[in-house]
Design a binder for this molecule. Structure first.
Ligand SMILES: [Zn+2]
Length: 383
């Protein structure tokens, strides 16, 4: 079987990565449209970028209206602001939300109609250059062709895609992740883990994504607890930044599966951050999926060192699930109840969530077949 493998056109990694990008960024134009959020602005990280742009003689317009996960309304406002300011290219800086927003805004500065018109289609066109600078280690948005935007009329998270959404330049500097608070470190780290495990056990997995996936999973099991405990641990932050990138490469070229499929409706309806809703689901979803590919789950267990090479696949696969549960505990992942979700409301929406999950197509990539009934049962098991 043939498969495609794509990554951003150019990437710069490591401490001080942005400083190395002057000549590259100057090629993109004279005025940048910076898409970010208030947290990044307040934390001083945005200033690090704008100081560089000032030094390099590049003008910019800051759009820091990304509050929470992106919605169609934010994208409309962003496109208006981009056009009004007359920018040449876009820089997204922040967590997954500003980066996903930057992709969507970039595309919609060129495309006609509303972003919801492009659900199920390829977002394609001659888009202006795009620089993505993650400040969390998790979503991997800087290395994917996807953007997730909420359709506020229908209360669904739209998964939109297009090869042209891959950035022209990804700048991955772990120093920018050091100020991320504990909750964000846990949520985004668990998101990266979910990406790697899902891509590895997806029907769309291929030898290259398998290589990136196992590498990411190993780093995350070793370094997420360290980064969570001590955000100043530079080695842990560096390893997590690499793992998030690797895991992003995985989903870009393989796919997510049941966890993300079931996670988006929880996010859309109960406003649970993406990484947390994944982490709430991952153990139950993979417990369901494990007998679809014992061998692969067993490989993960061997890679992270919770079993030896002689252990039988089924036993090893279950040892991975136990290790996963311990990791969730270490990172203090809340349950739906602890998060404050109303059970009655949840129960009344389970049917819609299951439909939306299946319709997103992601559960269909799971090696084991997933029905709507299976999805409903897993949602109920979360209580
Ligand atoms: Zn994700």
């Amino acid at each position: 079987m043939a498969y495609q493998f794509t990554v951003p056109s150019r990437c710069m990694f490591g401490s001080g990565a942005l400083d190395q990008c002057e000549m590259t960024i100057k090629e993109y134009g004279k005025k940048a449209f910076i898409v970010t959020g208030k947290v990044v602005t307040k934390s001083g990280i945005l200033k690090k970028l704008t100081d560089r742009l000032d030094t390099w003689g590049i003008e910019y317009e800051v759009f820091n209206e990304i509050i929470g996960e992106p919605t169609d309304e934010m994208i409309v406002e962003g496109v208006k602001a981009y056009k009004k300011a007359g920018c040449d290219f876009t820089i997204g800086i922040g967590g997954g939300s500003p980066l996903d927003s930057a992709k969507a805004i970039m595309a919609m500065t060129v495309l006609d109609g509303e972003i919801a018109d492009y659900i199920g289609k390829e977002l394609e066109g001659e888009f202006p250059p795009l620089v993505l600078i993650p400040t969390t280690a998790g979503t991997g948005s800087e290395t994917t062709k996807f953007t997730v935007v909420t359709d506020t009329k229908k209360d669904i998270k739209m998964l939109l895609k297009g090869e042209k959404l891959l950035p022209t330049l990804a700048v991955v500097d772990y120093e920018l992740t050091i100020s991320a608070p504990k909750g964000v470190t846990a949520a985004t780290g668990m998101d990266a883990l979910t990406h790697a495990v899902e891509a590895y056990t997806s029907r769309k997995a291929n030898p290259l994504t398998d290589m990136y996936a196992l590498s990411a999973i190993k780093r995350i099991f070793k370094y997420l607890p360290k980064a969570y405990k001590d955000g100043e641990n530079k080695k842990a932050r560096e390893e997590m930044a690499l793992a998030a990138f690797e895991a992003g490469v995985c989903i870009n070229n393989s796919s997510v599966t049941i966890v993300h499929g079931m996670s988006r409706p929880i996010g859309a309806l109960f406003h649970v951050p993406h990484g947390i809703s994944n982490a709430m689901l991952i153990k139950e979803c993979l417990t369901f999926a494990v007998d679809g590919c014992y061998e692969k789950f067993a490989n993960i267990a061997r890679k992270i060192g919770v079993v030896g090479t002689e252990t039988a696949d089924e036993v090893a696969a279950n040892a991975f699930l136990e290790a996963l549960e311990r990791l969730c505990e270490t990172c203090e992942i809340p349950t739906l109840k602890q998060y404050g979700i109303d059970k009655e409301k949840f129960d009344s929406l389970v049917d819609k969530m299951a439909t939306d999950a299946i319709d997103s197509g992601s559960p269909g990539n799971t090696v084991k077949e997933v029905t709507k009934d299976d999805v409903i049962k897993i949602y109920q098991k979360l209580w």
